[in-house]
Every structure is written in structure tokens, then in C-alpha cells.
Design a protein around this ligand. Structure first.
Ligand code: HMG
Ligand code: MG
Length: 296
């Protein structure tokens, strides 16, 4: 049986883009319920500018409130050295540094060029090694950019290689605006996988055009065993213009369990976590599995 890891990014990627103000205690409860449902790697927030993303301003409080659980890693997104310092102060030991495959998105999302962001991450990775902090990398807009149009796989590979070379333990490839199809997944992974071991690549699908599960299946067939997903299908990127949430954790789990993969998650527990959180949202959950389980 194939073991597949699902990294829960709902508390960060999901909640960063919700218009409703969600109380910090509700976010902490959401994370605790996700841990109870089997999540072992959870992105709980980000140390970005609170002016750019007000919804993530309480990430330090979330870290303060979370109790350590054996075998559970709490991650946070950082855009720069200031974010790294804030993460360390909050007690975060797992950071995710994010850049893009396209200049238009790097400018809109982090007000930087790709090369300037990589130069900062090189510095951060060197500090993190000394501090014993694990660094994951993210590359956004791997299939298309809302500003620059379609992305070529050859634009993605050098950014991934540089992040791995500077010490990222893995790189998550983001279909930020959720437009890719399984053919795009295939083209990208055909270029990446001969150069980078599959276990260092994570796929991060947004489900804007409904391709999240289909794309995950194609990646799984090509040897990828690590995926990001968001409980309930929450959220999207505030600077991706036309993006909706990530592929829902429940939808991905239904696919994976149906394919005979072992994830360590309890599907029903994830739907309950998303449903409890949804009382704070101003829209219904996007997850199809969550909806189906209510009909059942
Ligand atoms: P900037 O305005 O160019 O920054 O923003 P700056 O260096 O000129 O600083 C401006 C102000 O921000 C200063 O404060 C800094 O102290 C402060 P002031 O002096 O004006 O009071 N500042 C910070 N404050 C707190 N934490 C920090 C920080 N850095 C500077 N870390 C910056 C540059 C990177 C800060 C900004 O663009 C930013 O925060 N961007 C983050 C945007 C974001 O969070 N996007 C969503 C996450 S990425 C995503 O969703 C994609 C992903 O899911 C993968 C995918 O789907 O593709 C990961
Ligand atoms: Mg994302």
C-alpha cells in the first residue's frame, strides 16, 4: 500500500484569503481538530506583512496557544528575513519560504524579483541550518501566472533546483490560480523528476477550475507522494486574482483512500473540523466530499 502524506495548509492558505474575521481561538481549535483527524504537518499561519495580509496577523498568538503534539510539525510561511526572525521568536521550527516561477507574480505577491527573493532565502537557509530550523520551499505559478500568462516548465526547474541546492528539504509546486490540467502536471514532472527525487517534490493544487483531484491523481501515478491540501477547500491567494481554494483535504483523501493509499487521516474527522470552522465563514465550504457526507 502506498503511503501518501497530505500537508494541511488550510489554516494558512485557506484562512489568509477569507473576508470574514476569524477569532484566533477558532483557528487554534480548527488546527487541534485537524491534528485529532490525523494531520501531522500543518501550515498554521504566516509571518508576512500584516498590512499585506491582515488575516495572518495573529500567527504568533496561534503558535503560543498550540500545545506540542508528538510527531506533529507546525509550519509557517515566511517571505523574508524579518519573517524568519518573527517565526523564530514565536517558537516556530519549520518555515516555508515562498517565491514564484514568474516575475509578475513575484512582484505582486512579495514585491520582489525571483532572484532577489532567492538571494534572501539563501541567507535564511544558512541561518536556519545553524538554528536547527527546517526550511521548505514554495514555487508559485508553475502552470500559469495571472500577470505573465502561461508558464513553461523550463521556468520552474531552475527555481526548484536553487531552493533544493540552498538546503530546502522539499519544494512545493503551486498551481496558484488552479488552471492546470493533468497534461500540464505530466509536462512539468517529466522535466523535474529526472533532476529532483520525487520525495522532495510536493504538489500544491488550487481547485479553481475543478482539476485538483485529477491533477493529484496524475502526479501520484508519476511517483509523487506528498500533497498540500486545505480542509473544506478553504481560501486562495490574495494576490492570485482569480484563484479559489486549494484542493479540499477531504476530496483528496477520498481519492487517495479510494486508490488504496494510506494517509493516516480520518476523513470524517477532517470534514468535522472544516464544518465547525465554517460557522465563521460568509460562504459554504467548497469541498464536494463534505457536501456529499452531509447528504449521506
Ligand atoms: P514591502 O512593502 O515591499 O516590504 O513588502 P518592505 O520590506 O518595504 O517593508 C514594508 C513594511 O512591511 C515595513 O513596515 C516592514 O517592517 C514590514 P513599516 O516600516 O512600513 O511599518 N514588513 C514586515 N512585517 C511583518 N512581517 C514581515 C515583514 N516584512 C516587511 N515578514 C513583503 C514585502 C514581502 C513584506 C510583502 O510583500 C508581504 O508580506 N507579502 C506576503 C504576501 C502573502 O502573504 N501572500 C500570500 C502567501 S503566498 C501564497 O499564497 C502562494 C502559496 O500558497 C503557493 C501557491 O499557491 O502558489 C504559498
Ligand atoms: Mg496556495
Amino acid at each position: 500500500m502506498t503511503r501518501v502524506s497530505v500537508i494541511e495548509v488550510g489554516p494558512r492558505d485557506g484562512l489568509q484569503n477569507e473576508k470574514a474575521v476569524i477569532p484566533t481561538e477558532a483557528k487554534v481549535r480548527f488546527i487541534e481538530l485537524l491534528v485529532a483527524a490525523g494531520a501531522r504537518e500543518i501550515e498554521v499561519g504566516s509571518f508576512v506583512s500584516p498590512r499585506w495580509v491582515p488575516a495572518m496577523a495573529d500567527t504568533s498568538e496561534i503558535f503560543a496557544a498550540l500545545k506540542p503534539v508528538e510527531g506533529v510539525r507546525y509550519l509557517a510561511l515566511i517571505p523574508n528575513l524579518q519573517g524568519y526572525r518573527r517565526a523564530l521568536e514565536a517558537g516556530c521550527r519549520n518555515v516555508a519560504a515562498f517565491t514564484a516561477a514568474t516575475e509578475g507574480f513575484a512582484k505582486a505577491n512579495i514585491n520582489s524579483t525571483i532572484s532577489a527573493s532567492l538571494a534572501q532565502f539563501r541567507d535564511i537557509a544558512a541561518r536556519a541550518e545553524k538554528d536547527g530550523v527546517a526550511v521548505r520551499g514554495y514555487v508559485s505559478t508553475v502552470f500559469a501566472c495571472p500577470y505573465d500568462g502561461p508558464t513553461k516548465p523550463s521556468q520552474v526547474l531552475p527555481v526548484v533546483e536553487e531552493l533544493i541546492e540552498m538546503g530546502a528539504y522539499e519544494v512545493s509546486l503551486g498551481d496558484t490560480i488552479g488552471v492546470g490540467t493533468p497534461a500540464d502536471v505530466e509536462r512539468l514532472l517529466e522535466l523535474i523528476l529526472p533532476k529532483i527525487p520525487a520525495e522532495k517534490i510536493v504538489m500544491h493544487f488550487h481547485d479553481t477550475w475543478g482539476m485538483g483531484a485529477a491533477n493529484a491523481l496524475r502526479a501520484l501515478q508519476m511517483g509523487i507522494t506528498r500533497f498540500d491540501a486545505s480542509a473544506g477547500g478553504l481560501g486562495g491567494c490574495p494576490f492570485g486574482k482569480v484563484a479559489t481554494g486549494n484542493v479540499a483535504t477531504e476530496d483528496l483523501l477520498y481519492l487517495l483512500h479510494g486508490m488504496g493509499c494510506e494517509t493516516g487521516y480520518d476523513l470524517e474527522g477532517v470534514t468535522l473540523a472544516a464544518r465547525e470552522l465554517s460557522q465563521y465563514l460568509d460562504h459554504p465550504l467548497a469541498s464536494r466530499v463534505n457536501r456529499a457526507m452531509r447528504l449521506w
